[in-house]
Design a protein around this ligand. Structure first.
Ligand code: UDP
Length: 309
């Protein structure tokens, strides 16, 4: 297939570029490098199956030749970007999504949206199933991302009802090599702090939970979803849930670090509990994560430690 992948130079996007090219597909990777990096895709630049286009998808994009698939992964996604890049996030989730849905119609391509567990907001049920409508503060600090993803889902379903072949992946916390050192997300932040003997910054009392999925598992789930005929949203993530304080201790132990723990204020509207119900993905895609948190953290710590050498 010939696949247009937006956000292809980002963390998830670049791993997806690797998987798609290794499966023999041609990839047109579109990214404006606002948070993505050439370093993530440098190894693919000489691959004849791979093409990079620096472009902001909030502007319409022209693709010559055929396209079988449009995968929309472009968006800043870290909570630290929610203030700094608030307008960019709103625009890429709204204008960007509409542009790419139109491109898919024009090219007679299929469309897959990278949505997020953030559509569930500060969930009142745990674990979260796809049938849960969410609990989002529409004017809070996180709303630019949450509502952009909700708008993107609404747009995708509206185009679906007009006849476009669409899929929606609701992606839960994912980690692994190629996360940005300064990206602010908890796994990369804790690892960087542990490796440099800085205190690990735990927000609140660390009792809020998350469930962390290793990136190779996640992109395998995306690939399986791409190849099915499921149009309703599907959760993809690892259902192993843990308090953030527990994660901090595990990172310290695997990294063999003596860093202390430093408690800081909990950010506004930080979800208390997050854990995917992945029964739908298990049953319909035959997918579930394989890499344990221990193994995934060890691989990620390894990658970050080669970076700092
Ligand atoms: N967090 C933390 N210390 C940090 C960064 C994040 O305790 O240095 C917490 C944050 O408050 C949240 C969880 O870790 O409860 C996950 O945060 P992240 O930014 O990785 O992603 P989120 O799931 O909130 O989108």
């Amino acid at each position: 297939m010939r696949i247009v992948l937006t956000g292809g130079a980002g963390f998830l996007g670049s791993h997806l570029c690797d998987l798609l090219t290794s499966e023999g597909h041609r990839v047109i990777c579109v990214d404006n490098l606002i948070t993505g990096r050439i370093a993530n895709i440098r190894h693919l630049l000489n691959d004849s199956k791979f093409e990079f286009r620096e472009h902001d998808v909030t502007e319409p994009i022209r693709i010559d030749g055929r396209a079988d698939y449009v995968l929309h992964f472009a968006s800043p996604a870290s909570p630290v970007d929610f203030e700094r890049l608030a307008l960019e996030i709103l625009r890429v989730g709204s204008l960007g999504t509409i542009n790419l849905l139109e491109l898919a119609i024009y090219k007679k391509a299929k469309f897959l949206l990278a949505s997020s567990s953030e559509v569930y907001g500060d969930a009142l049920v745990n674990p979260q199933s796809e049938s849960y409508w969410g609990n989002v503060n529409p004017i809070g600090i996180r709303s630019v991302y949450d509502e952009a993803k909700r708008f993107a889902e609404a747009s995708t379903m509206a185009y679906r009802r007009k006849g476009l072949d669409t899929k929606i992946a609701r992606i839960f916390n994912t980690y692994g090599p190629r996360m940005r050192k300064d990206d602010g997300r908890v796994v990369s932040t804790f690892i960087v702090q542990a490796l440099s003997n800085q205190p690990l910054t735990v927000f609140g009392d660390g009792s809020q939970t998350r469930s962390f999925c290793y990136v190779s598992d996640l992109v395998e789930g995306i690939y399986k979803l791409m190849l099915t005929d499921i149009h309703e949203p599907v959760n993809l993530g690892n259902p192993e849930e843990m308090p953030i304080l527990e994660l901090a201790k595990q990172v310290l132990q695997i990294a063999g670090s003596k860093s202390q723990i430093l408690y800081k204020a909990l950010p506004q509207n930080d979800p208390r509990l997050r854990r995917p119900n992945i029964e739908k993905a298990r049953q319909l895609l035959g997918w579930s994560p394989k890499v344990s948190l221990n193994e995934g953290l060890a691989r990620t710590i390894d990658w970050f430690s080669t970076l700092s050498r």
